[in-house]
Ligand binder design. Sequence first.
Ligand SMILES: NC(=O)c1ccc[n+]([C@@H]2O[C@H](COP(=O)([O-])OP(=O)(O)OC[C@H]3O[C@@H](n4cnc5c(N)ncnc54)[C@H](OP(=O)(O)O)[C@@H]3O)[C@@H](O)[C@H]2O)c1
Length: 214
Amino acid sequence: MRIGILGSGLMGGKLGTLFARAGHDVVFSYAQSEQKLKQLARKAQGHARAGTPADAARDADALLLAVHWSRVDDVLKQVGDIGGKVLVTCSLPMNADNTDLVIAHTSSGAETLAKKVRRAHVVSAFGTLPSEVLFGVFEAKRRSSRPTLVYCGDDKAAKGVAATLIRDVGFDPVDAGPLRIARYLEPFSLLMGQLAYEGEGGPELAYRFERFPS
Ligand SMILES: NC(=O)c1ccc[n+]([C@@H]2O[C@H](COP(=O)([O-])OP(=O)(O)OC[C@H]3O[C@@H](n4cnc5c(N)ncnc54)[C@H](OP(=O)(O)O)[C@@H]3O)[C@@H](O)[C@H]2O)c1
């Protein structure tokens, strides 16, 4: 697939690198220096290049949104029309100092985003993990017991694309249902962050959901 990365920091930089290593064509966009985007593309060891958000969206099969909540409107303005495209978001609706969700309980960042880009197909995925686990999960991806990763969205085909990307990084995708489930996933992401950075496990922490027979 052709994947456009909108926000090439901790999450976007790592996920874009792993998508390229899994064989996808990746365009890294939206950082404060073009130099950084070029360096990411060089180091990705696959088909990757640097571009603008509009370049990232052109002919993309999927876009990854990985910016701070305060940058969402700016990146969407730069990207232009993304009608009909798959927009996978790991962006959490955090306040300026990243201490709290600014949207929660009755809505979510993902649902708010979907209202901003009505004709795109939004899937919420990858936000429930600290970025530190991504390379380790990718390197261990042939193991039979993989960590799970929950995702949600309203469009079946878009969810299929997201599930492929989740698998390519090394997780077992778990379909949590429609996009409104993001109101529960986003607070769950905060729990994961809390456990990763303040618990005893350290940031190298992923999760696995098991189904028990009734
Ligand atoms: N980090 C995690 O472990 C994690 C986990 C789950 C969810 N999330 C969510 O994922 C999203 C991205 O987080 P992140 O940690 O990847 O953030 P980040 O490292 O700060 O990356 C954000 C990207 O946006 C770019 N950017 C910021 N201001 C810009 C501007 N004025 N012009 C152009 N580019 C600009 C940054 O450029 P520079 O690189 O040049 O600064 C960077 O590439 C957030 O919504 C966060 O809540 C993060």
